[in-house]
Design a protein around this ligand. Structure first.
Ligand code: DQA
Length: 183
């Protein structure tokens, strides 16, 4: 009877171990399947909502991020948001993808004024080779001449401009479709 009890105990222990391993495997698989998007915003976009609202709208960046996060959750997509007014910090953020081996499947970027000026930021985004979508709230082609040229558009998956805050949502919706094709 003693031997039988020990045998049952061993079987019980084995079953429990298998169960734990199974749960862990499912968790790993789930995080593998979850896509990650990095949403980058350049200089002065922290002032959205108060900055020239006739051009950029009344919605703040925090509000945009909140609604994007909600939609991303419904797509099972993880979003990380980053805004800076400092070019070097933006470049460092992009480099993290390589240097910290970060899992980023796609970048959505509004480079703001750096769109028209920054070879350094262009080089950084090309260095990491992550596909990206360029977003602008305003229609840059209907504005001053110096805004018509972008250092990013020729390398972007696509460019969305002129639709205000909706542009970020449109980019995310495209990303969800893009990931479907990818998997
Ligand atoms: C912008 C357009 C840029 O020309 C400008 O410098 C910005 C914002 C946009 O979202 O419309 O800061 O990128």
């Amino acid at each position: 009877l003693n031997i039988l009890c020990s045998l049952l105990e061993i079987i019980n222990w084995l079953l429990l171990t298998v169960q734990i391993l199974f749960v862990k495997m499912i968790r790993v698989r789930k995080t593998e399947l979850k896509k990650n998007i990095l949403i980058l915003n350049g200089p002065n976009l922290n002032l959205l909502g108060v900055r020239e609202p006739d051009l950029y709208g009344a919605t703040s960046l925090v509000q945009i991020e909140k609604s994007i996060k909600k939609i991303a959750d419904s797509y099972n997509i993880t979003c990380e948001f980053f805004q800076t007014n400092h070019e070097g910090l933006m470049i460092d953020k992009i480099h993290e993808i390589i240097l910290q081996d970060k899992l980023v499947d796609l970048i959505i970027i509004n480079p703001a004024a750096w769109t028209h000026t920054s070879v350094a930021l262009r080089d950084a985004i090309l260095a990491v080779k992550t596909p990206f979508i360029e977003v602008h709230l305003s229609n840059i082609h209907a504005r001053e001449d110096f805004r018509h040229h972008s250092y990013f558009s020729d390398k972007a998956l696509g460019v969305i401009c002129g639709f205000g805050a909706y542009g970020y949502q449109a980019a995310l919706q495209f990303a969800a479709e893009f990931f479907k094709k990818d998997s």
